[in-house]
Ligand binder design. Structure first.
Ligand SMILES: CC(C)(COP(=O)(O)OP(=O)(O)OC[C@H]1O[C@@H](n2cnc3c(N)ncnc32)[C@H](O)[C@@H]1OP(=O)(O)O)[C@@H](O)C(=O)NCCC(=O)NCCS
Length: 166
């Protein structure tokens, strides 16, 4: 059975493992190997994961199948002091994609948003990640512009911003 369980900072290695397993499959054909390594190191080192949770207000949920972690999502309520829930991260191990778990996670995030008085789900998705964009559109998200972020090392990331009312 699929469950979503709140993760804490001591789960950082599990989260990192899922990211390191999922990213090459998701981004290996759309960003360079150097950029992929750089971003994984930057975002998924122990200190970064801990500070996302303890300082930045990111809540992590681990998706589990019979207790085994198979993915994670992170989110922030009242993002930018607006009534919106920001989905920061959303990764399922490749072998568990396409069987409805992502939809379950979005349903749960919609419920969390509503419970906290947030009216909107918001996320950024890399503009070349066509598979994820198709999934979000299928769920009812619409495009709300784009955003470029300088992540250092001369890398600028272009993302589509997408939103959906809950
Ligand atoms: C994106 C992701 C979270 C989606 O979760 P998932 O469990 O694979 O998606 P689901 O199985 O719930 O798919 C739900 C629906 O979206 C549809 N869908 C999926 N990809 C689609 C696409 N590219 N275009 C159109 N529809 C798509 C499915 O057909 C399904 O529709 P149905 O209910 O009519 O059958 C997951 O695939 C994933 O982790 N991908 C790799 C990492 C990634 O890109 N994360 C997003 C970063 S922003």
């Amino acid at each position: 059975m699929i469950a979503f369980k709140p993760a804490n900072a001591d789960d950082w290695a599990v989260i990192r493992h899922i990211a390191y397993t999922t990213w090459p499959d998701t981004f290996g054909h759309i960003i360079t190997a150097d950029q992929l390594d750089y971003m994984l190191n930057l975002i998924y080192n122990e200190e970064s994961i801990r500070s996302q949770m303890s300082e930045k207000g990111h809540h992590y949920l681990l998706a589990t199948l019979q207790e085994d972690p198979i993915g994670f999502v992170s989110y922030e309520i009242h993002f930018n002091s607006q009534p919106q829930l920001m989905i920061h991260k959303f990764y399922l191990l490749p072998e568990f994609q396409g069987v409805g778990i992502g939809t379950k996670a979005l349903n749960l995030l919609s419920e969390i948003a509503r419970k906290n008085g947030d009216k909107l789900l918001r996320l950024k998705v890399y503009y070349k990640n066509a598979k994820a964009i198709g999934f979000y559109e299928r769920y009812g998200f619409r495009n709300a512009g784009s955003e470029e972020t300088n992540i250092g090392n001369n890398y600028n990331i272009l993302d589509n911003v997408m939103v959906k009312e809950v």
